[in-house]
Structures are given as structure tokens and as C-alpha cells.
Write a protein that binds this ligand. Structure first.
Ligand SMILES: Nc1ncnc2c1ncn2[C@@H]1O[C@H](COP(=O)(O)OS(=O)(=O)O)[C@@H](OP(=O)(O)O)[C@H]1O
Length: 269
């Protein structure tokens, strides 16, 4: 059963929303004052986990963009178009020097929690941690989706994230909640062990988005992240909602345009 596009009024989407005027951009000085206010009044001082995770991601992103600047070629850039992904993954495997994989090392993980970020991966890890036959990596490694770690530091670095199993049945594992969306990580994990088990936890995407937003907002409020992390999302839940309403209205206009013009009105362009 197909979707009946003809009877959908895309230009109606968001029409009844009472959209408040888009807030004017704040000056740097205003943002600074707000940030200081947030830090002073924030009741939660302890954001250790949040800090560690975000630091690792930021480090990973910085390293990737530095690699792109230096090489300036296709090898290190994650492709945006879905159609390019499979080809790109193959390209990545063939053109880069792959690190030697010590396939028999008992420290290698038997399964990996690959995501989804903000779907309770931390809670899952917490439960697994208490199992006597399981042993987790020292931290979220971000190994397979980071060119610097994977290609330059290699498996020496990765294996150092693990202890040797203490008995025959014990299995090592890691959790890095961004692997699920990484074009790089997939073939690299397969190269390590093509029967390794991957655990992916799914949840409601709206709840997940809100969780991520509040995570970022909290991090900015406590000075752990830079304020520009929230650019476009707003700095409060009210701003987030306001911006979402505008985005939703724009989405309706965009879809109407696609409906009218793509493939001469067939939407098959
Ligand atoms: N058991 C269970 N089931 C469903 N959801 C749960 C569970 N335990 C924790 N949570 C909520 O998951 C949010 C944190 O997810 P993650 O641990 O995956 O975050 S992270 O990606 O590692 O930062 C975080 O959501 P928010 O509280 O909305 O931020 C947790 O409350």
C-alpha cells in the first residue's frame, strides 16, 4: 500500500501554528551574561559522565576535521548522500592502509553496543557491568569512527582499552553510542570480526532529541560545552519550541514545492 501524496495538503502543515516572531540574534555580550547566570544558578554541579562523553566526541570531530584539512581528499570525509555510502565504505577499505588486526587477541570485544545515543545505552552498560562473565572497555573508545585512532594509533591503542579476560567464559565488550551512524565504523568492525554481535537500542526519536537538547543545554549552562553548540536550537526550551514551529512551517512549504515541481509533479524527480 503506497502513500497517497496527492491528497496531502503540504502547504497546510504548520499553518495553524501561532508562530511567534523569530527571536533576534543575541549579541555575544548578552550570551555571555546569560551563560554566567546559568552557571551561577545551576543546581547540578556534577556532570562528570556528560563531560567525558562530550569531550571524546569533540576530540573525535576535531581530529576528523583536521584530517580533512590536511589531506583535502575524499578519503576522510563522511559522505552525506545515502547513495554514496556503500561505495564510500568500500573506497575507505581499499585506499587506506588498514592497521594490522590481531584477530586472536583475547581482549578483542565479543560484542559492541553501537547506539543509539540517548536511548539508554548508559543504563544498558550499567546492567551489563554487573555480570561476572562480562568485562567492559575502560571508556567509550570512539575507535572505529576516528581515523586518527584507527589508522595511526591502531589496535595497540584499542587493546589497551581492555583488560585480559580473567576466566574462560568472560567476554569483553565496549559501548560507543555513535557507531551506528558511522560509515567508517561499519566495515572496520566487520574487518575485526565479521561475526561480532552488535547491540543497537532504539527508542522514541522525539524523546531522544529532547534528551540530547537538554544534555547540550545543561553542558552549556555549566560551562562544559561552548554556547555555539546550541546555535539554531535556542538556549532554552521555549526558544527550542519556537524555532521548531518555524522549522515545521518551512518543512511544509518545502514538501509542497517538492510535490509541485519534482519530476513534473510526479514526485519522482
Ligand atoms: N532503562 C531505560 N530505558 C529508557 N531510557 C532510559 C533508561 N535508562 C535511562 N534512560 C534515559 O536514556 C537517556 C540517556 O541515554 P544514554 O545513556 O544512551 O545517553 S548517552 O548517549 O550515553 O549520552 C536519559 O534520558 P534523559 O533523562 O531524558 O536525558 C535517560 O533517562
Amino acid at each position: 500500500m503506497g502513500f497517497d501524496y496527492d491528497h496531502v495538503k503540504f502547504d497546510e502543515i504548520g499553518k495553524d501554528l501561532k508562530v511567534d516572531p523569530v527571536p533576534k540574534k543575541k549579541t555575544v555580550e548578552q550570551k555571555k551574561v546569560e551563560l554566567e547566570f546559568d552557571i551561577k544558578d545551576d543546581p547540578v554541579k556534577e556532570v562528570k559522565d556528560l563531560h567525558t562523553e562530550e569531550e571524546l566526541i569533540e576530540e573525535s570531530v576535531k581530529e576528523e576535521s583536521a584530517a580533512q584539512k590536511v589531506s583535502g581528499d575524499e578519503k576522510t570525509r563522511e559522505p552525506q548522500a545515502a547513495n554514496d555510502r556503500a561505495n564510500h565504505a568500500e573506497l575507505m577499505m581499499s585506499v587506506n592502509n588498514q592497521p594490522a588486526i590481531p584477530k586472536d587477541d583475547p581482549r578483542l570485544p565479543k560484542f559492541i553496543v553501537v547506539g543509539v545515543m540517548k536511548c539508554g545505552t548508559g543504563a544498558t552498560q550499567h546492567f551489563l557491568h554487573n555480570h561476572p562473565d562480562l568485562q567492559q572497555a575502560k571508556q567509550e573508545t570512539y575507535f572505529f569512527n576516528n581515523d586518527h585512532k584507527y589508522l595511526e594509533l591502531g589496535y595497540d591503542w584499542y587493546l589497551n582499552m581492555y583488560k585480559f579476560p580473567t576466566h574462560d567464559h568472560q567476554m569483553n565488550y565496549e559501548k560507543t553510542p555513535t557507531y551506528y551512524k558511522s560509515v567508517r565504523a561499519q566495515p572496520r568492525i566487520k574487518a575485526m570480526n565479521e561475526t561480532v554481535k552488535l547491540v543497537n537500542i532504539a527508542c522514541d526519536n522525539v524523546r531522544r532529541t529532547l534528551s540530547r537538547f537538554l544534555h547540550l543545554q545543561h553542558g552549556v549552562g555549566t560551562g562544559k560545552f561552548k554556547a555555539d553548540k546550541l546555535e539554531g536550537f535556542g538556549h532554552t526550551l521555549d526558544e527550542f519550541n519556537r524555532n521548531l514551529k518555524v522549522t515545521l512551517k518551512n518543512l511544509g512549504d518545502f514538501l509542497e514545492d517538492v510535490k509541485q515541481n519534482e519530476g513534473h509533479g510526479t514526485m519522482e524527480g
